[in-house]
Design a protein around this ligand. Structure first.
Ligand SMILES: Nc1ncnc2c1ncn2[C@@H]1O[C@H](COP(=O)(O)OP(=O)(O)OP(=O)(O)O)[C@@H](O)[C@H]1O
Length: 333
């Protein structure tokens, strides 16, 4: 279950909880670790807290939000960093790949300005040298005509090209951790695959750790080592990505898998009943109890903890009996 290496975690999240200014809890009991070069997918429906948990790492939460629990990077507490430490952490250790490159890019500035700004301003690199470096970085993400691209504005590039520019910009600062929040959802399907392949290749080449937020279990399984399935502000299952589509142990993970169109089978997707809850809407019991076909009395009153079951971590009172009979994906209530 742990990453194949015994290295210390680069990012270590322990019992993270976030309450908004109005008192609503949006994240609770979230723990995971990512080691250097390791990648984790945070998967779940809308509102489950995936983006919030990335924003917490960067300390970019909505004003007035309160954080409890630990977020440490390379052994240092992110929550305890002062402003200049935080600025250095954001500029040099961690990079965010945005969801929609068009919203993230400044429309009036050239791609060249965007890519060279950090090098010229913060690192004192000469403009010509910074441009040459930017051209090399563009080539690395599959943009061969960099010299010309540097003179262009964001609207002159397709969404796919612009997202490659964002990846090049993220890598320019030589970060150790990439945070990617639905990095391909704003792109068309074929472009999505190309951009994801480049991100994956670059991540491996530079041995970067990555946390990838997505609602797409198959995408997460293809490019991450482990997957944390989130529901209502918490992790309900954490397991190795490989084989998760066969070995899901939490009823929510199984439901997510059943609800997606599976390539190569005749099985029809079956939607999860009801709607996804946010953390503050969940009661005292299991966060998934209202939508779970297997829920019984204790599931509605006592919250299960995320505990080891085989090679998975699972938060379900009934995990042992549900999985005893074989694959949960075949089990009907
Ligand atoms: N800026 C904000 N102010 C107040 N509440 C917010 C804010 N951003 C998110 N929330 C709330 O926090 C909860 C978690 O949202 P979050 O964006 O982390 O979910 P998500 O899993 O990333 O969903 P999506 O896939 O839609 O991005 C939701 O209930 C959401 O409404």
């Amino acid at each position: 279950m742990n990453a194949p290496t015994e290295e210390q975690p680069l990012l270590d999240i322990a019992d993270l909880r976030i309450d908004l200014r109005d008192g609503r809890t949006v994240l609770h009991d979230v723990s995971y670790a990512v080691r250097p070069g390791d990648s984790l997918g945070l998967v779940g429906e809308s509102g489950s807290g995936k983006s919030m948990s990335l924003k917490a790492v960067l300390r970019m939460l909505p004003a007035g939000a309160r954080t409890a629990g630990g977020i440490s990077f390379d052994g240092r507490s992110v929550t305890a960093m002062n402003l200049s430490e935080l600025r250095a952490f954001r500029a040099g250790q961690v990079a965010m790949i945005p969801q929609d490159p068009r919203t993230a890019a400044n429309p009036v500035r050239t791609i060249g300005d965007f890519l060279t700004e950090v090098l010229v301003r913060s690192r004192g690199v000469a403009r010509r040298q910074a441009a040459e470096q930017a051209i090399r970085q563009l080539a690395e993400v599959g943009i061969p005509d960099g010299e010309q691209r540097l003179r262009q504005h964001p609207h002159q590039l397709s969404g796919g090209l612009l997202q490659r520019v964002m990846i090049a910009a993220a890598l320019a600062a030589e970060p150790r951790l990439l945070l990617a929040d639905e990095p391909t959802t704003a792109l068309d399907v074929t472009t999505q695959q190309e951009v994801m392949a480049i991100l994956d290749e670059q991540r491996h080449r530079h041995r970067l750790a990555m946390v990838l937020v997505t609602h797409d279990l198959d995408l997460a399984a293809a490019v991450t080592d482990r997957i944390a399935v989130m529901y209502a502000g918490t992790i309900v299952e954490l397991a190795l990505s490989e084989g998760l589509h066969r070995t899901a142990q939490h009823p929510y993970t199984a439901g997510l898998l059943r609800s997606r169109p599976a390539v190569g089978t005749r099985a029809r997707p079956v939607s999860l009943p009801g709607r996804s809850l946010s953390a503050f809407e969940a009661g005292t019991g299991c966060v998934f109890a209202d939508r779970c076909a297997f829920a019984e009395e204790r599931c509605r009153s006592v919250r299960p903890r995320l505990e080891a079951h085989g090679t998975h971590l699972v938060a379900c009172h009934r995990v042992a009996e549900l999985t005893a009979a074989g694959s949960l994906l075949e089990t009907t209530p």
